[in-house]
Design a protein around this ligand. Structure first.
Ligand code: AMP
Ligand code: MG
Length: 391
C-alpha cells in the first residue's frame, strides 16, 4: 500500500509531452498558462484620479479655489494647476501637472463667487501613482498558472489578448461492471444504475477539459481489452472505475498490462479507495479508480485532478483548512488515512456527515469537503481541529 503523499509525488513526477495552443481571453478561463506574461506598460500608465473631485495643491486647501477646466476619464488636462487653482476631474482621469491631491466632490461646496471651497480635507492624496501596480516589462502571470477570472483581467490590462496555454489531455471515461445499466434504464434484479460515469465526466468537465464517455465495459476480458484498445487510439488518459479488486471478473489490471502498460501502483493506504491502479505506457496513462462512487469521487479529487493538472504543467495544491470538530469522532481501524465527507457549519465547525460506506452516494451531496484523519489516529474530540480539503 502506497501512502497518499507517495502516490501524489509519483504522479507529479511522471514525464509527459506538453504541447500548447493559443486561446483568446474569452476562452481561457480554467486553462493552464504555458508562457510567462510580461506587461507592455506601466499600470496605472499615468497619475490617475481615484475619486471624482477637484485636483489641487495640499498647500491651497484652506483657500477658495478657481476652477480652470474639467477633465473626463479618457481625456487629458490641457494646463497645469497653479496656486489657488483647481481642475474638476473624474475617477480614472489623468491628474494635471501641479496638483498633488484630489478632493472628493462631496467634500466641497461652491461659494458666492463660484469658487470651490474645501469643507473636509482629504486624508490621502486620492491619486493612484503611475506604475504603482505594475511596471513595464514586469512578469505579471507565470507559466503553469491555472487561469482564473482575475488573471484574465491582468492579461487584458497588459495587452496579452491571446495566451499560450497547455493543450487539454484527451480523457476517455469508462465504467465497468455487468451489474450496471445506464441512468435512463430501469435496473433488473441484481442491477444498479451507473453513477460513476456522470460523476467523473462532471469532475473532469469542471477542470475545463472535454472528456469522452466510452461506455460501460462488461465484465468480460475480450471486451475490456477491445474497448480500452479502441479508446487508446484517441486518448491521452483513460479513467476507469471498478473492475480492479479481487473479484473473479476484475479484468482491468490484467488487460492493461497486455496492452503494454506498466502498473506504477495498485494499492493505496487510503480509506475509502485502497484498490486504485495507475499505469503508464509512453505518454499515455490509465487511472483505474475503485468502483464505489464515494471512493472513485474521492480518489479522483485526491489523485486524478492533480495528475491531469500535472499533464498540463500546473502544480495543483488542494485548498486545506484546519477547523474544529462539532462533535467527537472516532474509528476502529486506523491502518489507512481516512477521508470523511463533512459539512462546514455557519459557526466554522465541521460536521462529519452520516456515512454508511463508500456506496453511500448521497453522503457527498451536502459535503463541502473531506476531513482527513491520518493513519494511526483513532479519535478526535469535539473542538479539536482537523484538516478539511475543500471541494
Ligand atoms: P468493483 O470494484 O467493480 O467490484 O465495484 C465495487 C462496487 O462498486 C460494487 O458494488 C459495484 O456495483 C459498485 N460500482 C462499480 N461501478 C459503479 C458505477 N459506475 N456506479 C455505481 N456503482 C458502481
Ligand atoms: Mg465490478
Amino acid at each position: 500500500m502506497l501512502l497518499l503523499d507517495e502516490a501524489l509525488a509519483l504522479l507529479k513526477s511522471v514525464q509527459y509531452n506538453l504541447t500548447t495552443e493559443v486561446v483568446g481571453l474569452h476562452k481561457a478561463v480554467g486553462r493552464i498558462l504555458a508562457q510567462d506574461v510580461h506587461s507592455d506598460m506601466d499600470m496605472p500608465p499615468f497619475d490617475k484620479a481615484s475619486v471624482d473631485g477637484y485636483a489641487c495643491r495640499w498647500a491651497d486647501l484652506e483657500k477658495p479655489l478657481q476652477l480652470i477646466e474639467t477633465v473626463a476619464a479618457g481625456a487629458v488636462p490641457s494646463q497645469p494647476v497653479g496656486p489657488v487653482q483647481c481642475t474638476k476631474i473624474m475617477t480614472g482621469a489623468k491628474v494635471p501637472e501641479g496638483a498633488d491631491c484630489v478632493v472628493m466632490v462631496e467634500h466641497t461646496r461652491l461659494d458666492a463667487e463660484s469658487k470651490i471651497v474645501v469643507e473636509i480635507r482629504p486624508k490621502k492624496s486620492n491619486i493612484a501613482k503611475k506604475a504603482e501596480d505594475i511596471r513595464l516589462g514586469e512578469v505579471v502571470l507565470t507559466k503553469g498558472t491555472l487561469l482564473r477570472p482575475s488573471h484574465l483581467a491582468v492579461a487584458a490590462s497588459v495587452g496579452a489578448n491571446e495566451l499560450i496555454v497547455a493543450r487539454r489531455p484527451a480523457v476517455t471515461i469508462f465504467s465497468t461492471g455487468d451489474e450496471l445499466v445506464a441512468p435512463h434504464q430501469t435496473p433488473a434484479d441484481g442491477q444498479i444504475r451507473d453513477a460513476n460515469s456522470s460523476q467523473l465526466m462532471a469532475l473532469v468537465q469542471q477542470m475545463q477539459l472535454d472528456p469522452v464517455f466510452g461506455g460501460i465495459i462488461p465484465d468480460r476480458e475480450a471486451e475490456t481489452e477491445s474497448m480500452m484498445a479502441k479508446a487508446l487510439q484517441t486518448s491521452d488518459v483513460l479513467l476507469l472505475s471498478g473492475g480492479i479488486s479481487m473479484g473473479d471478473y476484475d479484468y482491468v489490471p490484467k488487460v492493461l498490462q497486455r496492452l503494454g502498460f506498466s502498473i506504477l501502483f495498485k494499492s493505496l493506504a487510503v480509506q475509502p479507495g485502497r484498490p486504485t491502479v495507475f499505469a503508464s505506457s509512453g505518454s499515455q496513462f490509465i487511472l483505474a479508480l475503485p468502483g464505489n462512487p464515494v471512493s472513485s469521487h474521492n480518489i479522483f479529487r485526491l489523485l486524478g485532478m492533480p495528475f491531469l493538472y500535472h499533464l498540463m504543467g500546473h502544480n495543483y495544491i488542494a485548498p486545506v483548512v484546519k477547523l474544529p470538530l462539532a462533535e467527537d469522532f472516532s474509528r476502529k481501524n486506523t491502518e489507512r488515512q481516512l477521508f470523511v465527507p463533512v459539512r462546514i457549519e455557519a459557526n466554522g465547525s465541521i460536521q462529519p456527515l452520516d456515512y454508511h460506506g463508500s456506496a453511500h452516494i448521497n453522503a457527498l451531496s451536502e459535503a463541502h469537503g473531506l476531513m482527513s484523519i491520518a493513519a494511526g489516529i483513532k479519535e478526535i474530540k469535539a473542538g479539536e481541529k482537523a484538516d478539511v480539503r475543500l471541494f
